[in-house]
Design a protein around this ligand. Structure first.
Ligand SMILES: [Zn+2]
Length: 424
């Protein structure tokens, strides 16, 4: 087939008419219900969010979080056949994970599908052409190579063992990518609001993007157009849920400026690398380490807001001061933080975690969310002072003054105001 003929075929595959799914029709009574919290994945039912399975869809929204919009561009521009069915051959998890008792507790996991990695196998017999049941979790393995780990090996802070940490500084990991799957009654309960109120405000604040939120009370699961979570596992996967073995965890919220580009205005990358170091040490003691990386850039306010706040901080009277750190964010965004750590422990429950021996975080919000979720935390590991960049003193002192975990003194009042950052 010529390219032109292929393009013509793709264009003809694009549906020209619009099928509204905002009201329940006779056809939609065939929808397979999702019994959130059921222990048997067959009884729980598949999450069907693919637009190929229009009459079987049992969720609001579609797959791949915010990337669903790129799929629309690909279909609109004729490069993706909207009838393409995913070929899931050889895509199953490389290591088994779960199920754990938490998977069948509808209160413990509400923001991801615990069976999301198994969709291809569990519903293999529903893979007829009219169904398109896609995994929302993928589990693979990788070698990661972070320059700071080589330095730590050279300094004797980390030991090469040849299997987990290799002589060239590369680290062997198992990693899982998780797309958000929200069980709306559970999210509402977690946030202590009415489900109807949650649905109404989600509808309104997304510019009415998802009418089913208000017109389809029979659909309880929402695939929100937001970023997901990546889990990096260091050590044996079985050790994570085994309370007789030590476990280190860092829950890290994305900070592209520091994590990737090495900006020195915050402690994100150095603290992330320290978390990996503690994970390696704990795995080498026979336990495991877990890094949870959440796409919640700029405290889930986004990078534009974050950079606006940087400007407001640097240009305010008296310069960038620790005592005005949170205030400047609040001036621009209306709040200090929109990460909603209440939902974060779901991923820890998915991993079967019941106790964390070393929580590599100083955040009181993360600590409170984890312990309120019934997970025991033994030790909290602050960032070593020598890893804090000079310009990030403003952030760390402001956070300590606001209640972040600290093993040394907290500065207040005039002393706090004296902690200043660079002009730019
Ligand atoms: Zn940062």
């Amino acid at each position: 087939m010529t390219d032109d003929a292929a393009n013509a075929n793709l264009k003809s595959a694009k549906p020209k008419h619009i099928i509204l799914t905002s009201h329940q029709t006779r056809g939609s009574t065939k929808v397979v219900p999702i019994q959130w919290g059921a222990a048997d994945p067959r009884q729980r039912g598949p999450v069907i969010g693919s637009l190929r399975s229009l009459k079987h869809r049992n969720v609001i929204g579609t797959h791949a979080g915010s990337y669903g919009v790129y799929r629309a561009l690909a279909v609109a521009s004729g490069v993706l056949d909207p009838t393409h069915k995913a070929d899931l051959t050889n895509t199953a998890p490389v290591v088994p994970l779960g199920p754990y008792p938490s998977w069948s507790d509808p209160d413990k996991i509400v923001s991801l599908d615990p069976f999301g990695a198994m969709a291809g196998e569990v519903f293999a017999d529903c893979q007829g052409d009219e169904y398109d049941i896609l995994p929302t979790i993928a589990i693979t393995k990788a070698h990661i190579n972070i320059p700071e780990l080589k330095d730590e090996i050279a300094q004797g802070r980390l030991q090469v063992d040849g299997s987990l940490l290799k002589a060239d500084g590369s680290l062997v990991v198992t990693k899982a990518a998780i797309d958000p799957v929200w069980y709306l009654p559970g999210i509402a309960k977690r946030l202590q609001i009415e489900e109807w109120e949650l649905r109404r405000v989600l509808f309104q604040q997304t510019g009415n993007m998802f009418p089913e939120l208000v017109t389809r009370p029979d659909l309880h699961v929402f695939l929100p157009p937001i970023g997901g979570t990546t889990v990096y596992i260091i050590g044996e996967i079985e050790a994570i849920a085994d309370p007789s073995k030590p476990l280190a965890v860092r829950v890290h919220d994305e900070c592209n400026g520091s994590d990737v580009f090495g900006s020195d205005i915050c402690t994100c990358r150095p603290y992330l690398v320290h978390g990996i170091e503690v994970c390696v040490q704990t795995a080498q003691e026979g336990g495991a380490g877990v890094i949870v990386y959440c796409r919640k850039e700029g405290r889930a306010l986004g990078e534009v807001t974050k950079f606006l706040v940087y400007n407001a901080r640097k240009r305010q009277e008296g310069g960038d001061r620790a005592d005005a750190y949170f205030l400047r964010t609040e001036c621009v965004a209306g709040v200090q933080d929109m990460r909603f750590q209440e939902l974060m422990p779901d991923v820890l429950h998915w991993l079967g975690i019941t106790r964390i021996d070393r929580l590599v975080s100083m955040s009181n919000m993360k600590y409170n969310a984890i312990t309120n979720a019934g997970i025991e935390v033994v030790d909290r590991i602050p960032i070593p002072p020598e890893l804090i960049p000079a310009d990030a003193q403003v952030e760390i002192e402001a956070k300590k003054a606001s209640g972040y975990y600290s093993e040394d003194g907290v500065l207040l009042g005039e002393e706090l105001a004296q902690v200043k950052g660079r002009e730019y």
